[in-house]
Design a protein around this ligand. Sequence first.
Ligand SMILES: NC(=O)C1=CN([C@@H]2O[C@H](COP(=O)(O)OP(=O)(O)OC[C@H]3O[C@@H](n4cnc5c(N)ncnc54)[C@H](OP(=O)(O)O)[C@@H]3O)[C@@H](O)[C@H]2O)C=CC1
Ligand SMILES: N[C@@H](CC(=O)OP(=O)(O)O)C(=O)O
Length: 360
Amino acid sequence: MSSDRVLNAAVLGATGTVGQRFIVLLSQNPMFKIHSLGASERSAGKPYAQATRWKMSEQMPEAVRNIVVKSCDPALYEGCDVVFSGLDASAAGDVEKAFLESEFAVFSNAKNYRMAEDVPLCVPVVNTDHYAVVSAQRAARGLKKGFMVTNSNCSTSGLVVPLKALQDKFGPLSRVIVTTLQAISGAGYPGVASLDILDNIVPLVPGEEPKMEAEVLKILGGVSSDASVCSPLQDLRVSATCNRVPVVDGHTECVSLEFAGEPPSIDAIKQCLREYTCEVQALGCFSAPAQVISVTDEEDRPQPRLDRNAGAGMSVTVGRIRPCPVFHVRFTLLVHNTILGAAGASILNAEYAAKKGYIV
Ligand SMILES: NC(=O)C1=CN([C@@H]2O[C@H](COP(=O)(O)OP(=O)(O)OC[C@H]3O[C@@H](n4cnc5c(N)ncnc54)[C@H](OP(=O)(O)O)[C@@H]3O)[C@@H](O)[C@H]2O)C=CC1
Ligand SMILES: N[C@@H](CC(=O)OP(=O)(O)O)C(=O)O
């Protein structure tokens, strides 16, 4: 049964980069009321405004300034319907498990449980069908109403959107090579030292490449016939090279891909991307973008400064779509790393879960 009541939301990691984005987005969202904020012992006990180095260009919402930040003990979160986690991965493993075992609906941005086979790794404009494993997750873990859904890595979230559209329309893909140009906000706060990133490019985002290569296969795969686990694709090969660039927000990705079968024309690819729609749009979810993929024909786009806020940060912009002399097609995409790549996707995952009756 769908829930249209306003849901009390907790944000864990509320003081961080993703946590701040959650607060901006939740404060504009009629489905949620910010109920509780959690962070480390460094912040616990302080009013939010005092605990946080606010880095968003939007003003800190008045309603959160005086909320006293709590430590991340589930016993302190009574009355919360959903728990959004923007926790550092070093804390997320234990904390998210504790909230799940305390029967909360947990929407995580951290990497810790993304590859667990009974946990949906859900980019909500791509694979809401993976929610089918939630019943099995509850059964396997002895839960009545708690469950966990994770977001992908921020670079993965942009890549899988056009890949999903193309796979659905033209059949399986066989090989993908992606090179990322990732914004510094992806590294959290204070992130990369200014002396490392100004006037520079760092050809390493630690741990990123294997995560992207594995997550794409899980997201573009399906679920087992008994809906007990997610079943990653077996036949797609993905090679990722990840770089940090001096951009504040917005990850750019240069993609070359090969179809398993006969490749479609460039015009057919453009049309397919433009026409792509998904379930969260059909359900009328508040945060669903009107246009999932914004295809640009301008020859020098997408650019982070100009295009990262397409669809309020929930659309992926794809441009420079052209033949690839090695594979079949190549293009450049842009994703807002803290909106569709993090907090925005988590919130849309929760909107979907509420509409589909998972939040009880
Ligand atoms: N930034 C991005 O674009 C993306 C980030 N992610 C993931 O989201 C998560 C948050 O990232 P980001 O916001 O960038 O990171 P930040 O470093 O900016 O924020 C980390 C948050 O975790 C809290 N925290 C740290 N240690 C503990 C602890 N021991 N117990 C409780 N809370 C703790 C911090 O609280 P305090 O202030 O009190 O120290 C802070 O609120 C990470 O797992 C990251 O990998 C995923 C996709 C994209
Ligand atoms: N590593 C990403 C952001 C991130 O934290 O990803 P993950 O949650 O997969 O570690 C970036 O720096 O842009």
